[in-house]
Design a protein around this ligand. Structure first.
Ligand code: UDX
Length: 470
């Protein structure tokens, strides 16, 4: 089939490369000429395991091409995917201007009957608006399909090639049969293609992200509770996750969820609920709780330093991990940046390390006059050298089994705040570290009294004083 993919971000690139891999003729289009020029030399705008190889191979075989010329790319297209961004507007709702602009272009330039597939994450009802816009200009029949993407950054190619399920919202037999043919190679393992109406497909994406974000947030709040009552969230997590109805995945507490999807989609779904008179109260609370959780690393650093009588202003903080999660260089809504910004605002010095996201972080901070208050270290051990405290912000595999004695020797003070619970509290305490993690209070690493901003209703909780003894 001739396929056109509009938008060469995460979604568009992965879709284009993976469909080319199954033998289709794919043209990927973007308005960003510099990005297209790079892609024409196999230079990718993002880091995503396996994607560069896929792009290179399929381009070399002539099945994958990159262009800024949308009309030309539409000439033979039988299926066109819309994979452009839907950034959050100032009120949290999804900004659909890119999607609707692309819809108009498709309407103007389509030259044969085709299926228009909406891959971007769009609020319920967007496909209907896209259909109206296309119909205003189109001279050929077209069929809409809502095909939300569930790919996880860092595993995007794998997720596309071997999905848990494919969701297809279609309202014509034509669209149904074209899409079933397109996805057949990816569901040979017996995973389902779920056909449904378009509105349900649009909502399924948000609903899945809402459930996952809620799980994580509930565990984060339970972890905070563990710290107060002297429980260990690792045990609680295992106990809960062993229930077959619940399952073990996505129960890991941490410094708050980040990334390009969860924060944005949770806010957008809350907006949708309000707009149609079906408020999503639980989800609104999830959003608020996550914003508080994103301050947890900063508050722990502050309390840990206070407990050691070290002023935060002027202290040097080593930060391991900048990306919002491992296997990506994506910094969007990363808890590490929330930490870095708060530390710098409080007058601390930051020395950061990340296996792949340091260039992106350098760009993000390029216009700030920080001098040597923000440095990037070539290795994680270099970052720790002379620091007053080490914070683990991202769960990169390479941080899981470091040489702890070497870290101990490198740090000016043996204080560690582990935001991802990568290390064993007893082992760290035995090595002489003051070790703080998330939801795990042990005799040797007692609770740090941290002051997360609270909602008004809970503000009457009595203030607590840092009480750390290691
Ligand atoms: C997510 C969805 O998983 C994916 O289906 C959707 O298409 C896009 O949004 P992604 O943003 O790439 O994917 O990341 P994901 O791996 O889901 O992690 C999201 C956030 O949750 C990260 O900040 C991660 O650190 C956090 N997380 C995840 C936890 O804090 N605990 C967990 O147990 C799992």
């Amino acid at each position: 089939m001739h396929i056109t993919v509009i938008g060469t971000g995460y979604v568009g690139l992965v879709v284009g490369a993976c469909l080319a891999e199954t033998g289709h003729d794919v043209a990927c289009v973007d308005v960003d000429a510099a990005k297209i020029a790079d892609l024409q030399r196999d230079v990718l705008p993002i880091y995503e395991p396996g994607l560069e190889e896929l792009v290179r191979r399929n381009r070399a075989h002539g099945r994958l091409a990159f262009t800024t010329d949308l009309p030309a790319a539409l000439t033979d297209a039988e299926v066109v995917f819309i994979g452009v961004g839907t950034p959050p507007g100032s009120d949290g709702s999804a900004d659909l201007s890119h999607v609707l602009a692309v819809a108009e272009e498709i309407g103007r330039h389509l030259r044969r009957e085709l299926v228009i597939v909406i891959k971007s994450t769009v609020p319920v009802g967007t496909a209907a608006r896209v259909a109206e816009v296309v119909a205003e200009h189109a001279r050929f029949p077209f069929h809409l399909c809502s095909n939300p993407e569930f790919l996880k950054e860092g595993a995007a190619v794998e997720d596309f090639l071997r999905p848990d399920r494919v969701v297809l919202g279609v309202e014509s037999d034509y669209a149904r049969s074209v899409m079933a043919e397109l996805y057949a190679p990816f569901v040979r393992t017996g995973k389902p293609i779920l056909f449904m109406d378009i509105a349900s497909a649009e909502l399924t994406k948000y609903a899945a992200n809402a459930v996952l974000a809620t799980r994580i947030t509930l565990m984060n709040e339970l972890a905070n509770l563990c710290e107060r009552v002297g429980a260990n969230v690792d045990h609680v997590r295992r106990g809960v996750g062993s229930d077959g109805r619940i399952g073990p995945a996505f129960l890991f507490p941490g410094p708050g969820y980040g990334g390009s999807c969860f924060p944005k989609d949770v806010k957008a779904l809350v907006r949708t609920g309000l707009a149609v008179g079906a408020p999503l109260r639980v989800l609104a609370a999830v959003d608020e709780a996550n914003e508080r959780q994103q301050r947890v690393l900063f508050e722990k650093v502050r309390a840990a330093l206070a407990a050691a009588d070290v002023p935060l202003e002027g202290a040097t903080v080593a930060v391991w991990g900048l990306a919002f999660k491992p296997q990506t260089d994506d910094l969007r809504e990363s808890p590490a940046l929330a930490l870095g910004d708060a530390l710098l605002a409080a007058g601390a010095r930051v020395v950061a390390h990340d296996p792949v996201a340091m260039s992106a972080a350098k760009r993000r901070y390029a216009d700030r006059e920080l001098g040597d208050r923000l440095r990037f270290a070539p290795t994680s051990y270099d970052a720790a050298e002379g620091a007053d405290v080490l914070v683990v912000a991202t769960d990169w595999n390479e941080y899981r089994h470091p040489n702890l004695a070497r870290i101990r020797a490198a740090l000016a003070r043996p204080i560690v705040v582990d935001g991802r619970n990568l290390w064993d509290p007893a082992k760290l305490a035995a090595l002489g570290f003051a070790y703080y993690s998330i939801g795990r209070v042990t005799a040797r690493a007692p609770e740090l009294a941290i002051a997360l901003p609270r909602p008004v209703a809970a503000a009457d909780a009595p203030p607590t004083v840092p009480s750390v003894a290691v």
